[in-house]
Design a protein around this ligand. Sequence first.
Ligand code: ME8
Length: 629
Amino acid sequence: MKKFITSPIYYVNDVPHIGHAYTTIICDFLARLWRLQGDDVYFTTGTDEHGQKIEEAAKKRGFTPQEYADEISAKFKTLWDEFDISYDCYARTTSDDHAKTVRRAFEIMHAKGDIYKGEYEGFYCVSCESFFPETQLVDGEFCPDCGKSTRILKEESYFFRLSNYADKLLEWYEDPNCILPQGKKNEVINFVKQGLKDLSITRTGFNWGVKIPESFNDPKHIMYVWLDALLIYPSSLGYLRDDKNMSYWDNAYHIVGKDILRFHAVYWPAFLMSLGLPLPKSIGAHGWWTRDGKKMSKSIGNVVNPKEVADAYGLDQFRYFLLREVPFGQDGDFSQRALIARINSELCDDLGNLLNRIIGMSKKYSDYKINSKDSLKYFKSEIDEANAICLEALNLADELATSRYLEELWKVLSIANVSIAKYEPWNLIKNGETHKANALVAMVANLLAKVAVLAAPVMPKSCEKIAKAMNFEIDTMSYEKLIKNGELIDFLAKDSQPLFAKVEEPLLESPVATQTKEEKTENIITIDDFKNIIIKVGEVLSCENVEGSDKLLKFKIDLGEDRPRQIISGIAKYYNPADLVGKQVCVLANLKPAKIFKQLSEGMILSAEDGSLTLISSMAKVKNGAIVG
Ligand code: ME8
């Protein structure tokens, strides 16, 4: 069967961290497992390079957006190559081909009657590249998803008739597998049931994006970055160009983090319905990797560099840990202690040691030859149980339950290890029961081989070593034989190096190294960064308490402009409003206006904090509007 799997395409404003590695490794695991099962799989990953966030990040660092996108996109690609990720397409939204697909899709949705022109007025979070109604904001200002300050937008926009699709979406959610895990689906259903507003799908006011088709004769409009980004999935298959690989689309699977489930489970299927494309088979939303309970993200500065961890502990060990440690859909805290515990007990003791014992026993009892002709006679119940567990593990993989999948495989290893202790082959040999001893070695060798086949998509290199040490292949044929048909095979073992090494103590001081040294220590900015900041001196014309708030004061300040600015400041605890009238203060003048407590605030008054708080002023009276620099 043809199957299509996608990771999100990652924003190029951030270097890769273990959150990104986690999603990509889940996709790689599924792609490898399906290929093993004989499916023809196409796997797309890549980078999301347009939008205001990227434009601003590039500017801040003194690059053009394209230069900046090229640099970071290459970093992601290099990491996936170093991690041997088996992607078929590394897609970038800045490619000309993709722009063709996006423009053509826009035309189709418009022809369907799903796009109309209007005006958007409301709040926008640049970090999430997402629009929010005021009722969803936290404290009237902050993004409900990431907590950052939102901006007020008022611009002409083309809209997508999302509101027309609510019923069809609710119908789709009845498909039991469309959103996994199930708990996440309920959140999506509740969101849709609260009512869907039409979605603004173009932006003006900045340039970094795909222009809408020329036929609209409206060149200032560029595509909303999420419409552009989501279309990368079919676009990577040649959609609306040569359609070369679109036969994979019929079985599409998207793996995403829970932060972007709404875009994938609400907007995306609606866009697809508008385009007349089949909906994905499943959208799997996993939880977050956290550190000390906080979501890992560059802005918090708590990210773990996946390359550093894989280099220190081994790539397969890292992959195993990521997929085993956290049940799919739940959050998990990254710790070296937990990683070490799993390496030492599950990889060294349960898996690596079993291979050593099989090699050792076969060498001693049968000159490395492992023949399974008598295994069913003596050990049918162990073999039957192991076969049933393997099939159950595959059901769990279908539900994307990666951790439970591995848990099941380790039950098979446990049957093998317990059988050696229980039947004591050394005593069987001593008592002349050579057949039974050899049948036991062959039974445990087959159990190990079954696990190696199914664990290969998780730890490709280590499982390949197991196969080499026992002289069998891991491929679709051995999958059919050992797993699907539950058969036994013979082996010829050979001496080999231990699979994994025990780890005594944490190997990394603190694996946070994706930032530069300066960023890590001091948040250093360049003089160009500083030039972007405009601080002016201004005189307080009026100051009063904000009704209903005991923290906020409302100022009118003369900054030498044609009208005074209104600024809301949280300093009511420290000053009597009447005492401030006539005073000169310093104001951050080019801060994007925001609504605080339903009041417009057009700047920020600067103050010094040392337990108490005092406003900053100039040493002598200056002209209102004088620049501080
Ligand atoms: O959202 N834990 O890109 P992005 C687990 N460009 N996974 C994490 C994570 C964490 N702490 N942090 C990030 C975008 N991720 C859009 C996607 S797709 C058409 C457009 C992973 O760079 C997780 O998969 O912000 C999350 O959904 C994704 O990175 C967000 O990547």
